[in-house]
Design a binder for this molecule. Structure first.
Ligand code: GLA
Length: 337
């Protein structure tokens, strides 16, 4: 089996997925490829980036305790999928690892497909989210997995994280998506992510689902930290919907302003930015041809995403919106049902 799964970049809608809000990621033209020959009682994968192979028994009990660390993601897949046959194979990737472009999700999606998963793209995304939680101990939202399994070439995906409906939004030809790395790895971010999630849940206990709360409701939150966190989520959900409309209407300057507002909110209200991310956003925002820039992904390091006019001198990788994951017995490829 040859399974190919893309990473993702999120254009807008950050820290909104796990409270049932809106997000707008796109699958990117950087992938992880898992090539696997099935058989045996364990899964053994060699990666071109890792010194040690991943060897995972089919009855692995504690994926988050497996060594080496990258093997935890393979173990998470095995623990969730419980395949009856193992396999031998290789992992290759064109994604920067630990940069916040969902390299671990791409590994999990490709491994799951290579091990014979047969459900729909949505079922695949949900299985991969569970596998990543088993591997990392972090309960994330489902944005990264849905972007990787359900990507549409040339489109960003407007995802309603309550209904899990996905509406592809075409990217206008007169715009480039630029992704620049802050140089800070975001591997340290897990405890802060869990804390932000807990704060959103605490705010929702008082307000009801944040997706339905109004700005007026925010005043009833007496804790100023919870109020700031909830304010980010409410405003960010509105920005996602406005951004999708701006993209569709070709209103790129307005879309850029929404990205800048999103970054300010992540910096000031949600407090997940860093000085390195802030200065990269500032540098990109003042580059000719750039409509707007913001941190992308969980924050605490990783990448910044910008929308720019083609040919702008903005620093960073040009990324195009790719189709979702595929699997095949050889070259070719079948998408999930
Ligand atoms: C990480 C998580 C996603 C999402 C983002 C923040 O990428 O895996 O589910 O919560 O952070 O928007």
């Amino acid at each position: 089996m040859i399974a190919v799964a893309p990473g993702r970049v999120n254009l807008i809608g950050e820290h909104t997925d796990y409270t049932g809000g809106f997000v707008l990621p796109m699958a990117i033209d950087r992938h992880t490829v898992v090539e696997l020959t099935t058989g045996g009682t364990d899964v053994r994968l060699h990666s071109d980036l890792e010194a040690e192979a991943a060897t995972v028994a089919l009855d692995v009990a504690e994926p988050s305790a497996v060594h080496p660390q990258w093997a935890r993601y393979v173990a998470g897949v095995v623990a969730d999928l419980r395949p009856t046959r193992g396999g031998r194979g290789t992992v290759r990737t064109t994604l920067p690892v630990g940069a916040g472009l969902s390299s671990s999700t791409a590994l999990v999606v490709a491994t799951t497909m290579a091990l014979g998963f047969t459900g729909s793209a949505l079922e695949l995304a949900l299985a991969c989210r569970r596998a990543e939680e088993l591997a990392s101990g972090v309960s994330s939202g489902v944005m990264d997995q849905l972007a990787s399994t359900s990507g549409v070439a040339g489109h960003a995906l407007l995802i309603d994280c309550t209904t899990l409906d996905i509406s592809p939004v075409p990217l206008p030809p007169e715009v480039e998506v630029v992704v620049a790395h802050s140089g800070q790895s975001r591997r340290v971010a897990t405890s802060a992510y869990a804390e932000r999630r807990a704060q959103c849940e605490a705010a929702a206990l008082q307000l009801g689902p944040l997706r339905q709360a109004s700005t007026a409701d925010l005043a009833t939150l007496t804790d100023p930290v919870l109020r700031r966190r909830a304010r980010h989520v409410l405003n960010e959900n509105e920005r996602v919907l406005a951004f999708a409309e701006c993209l569709s209407a070709g209103m790129l300057a307005d879309a850029g302003e929404l990205m800048s507002a999103s970054h300010a909110s992540l910096r000031d209200d949600f407090e997940v930015s860093t000085p390195a991310l802030d200065s990269l956003v500032e540098r990109l925002s003042s580059t000719p041809g750039v409509y707007g820039a913001r941190l992308t992904g969980a924050g605490f390091g990783g990448c910044v995403v910008a929308l720019a006019a083609p040919g702008s001198p903005a620093e960073g990788w040009r990324m195009t919106a790719a189709a979702g994951a595929t699997v095949s017995a050889g070259p070719g490829g079948r998408s999930p049902a």
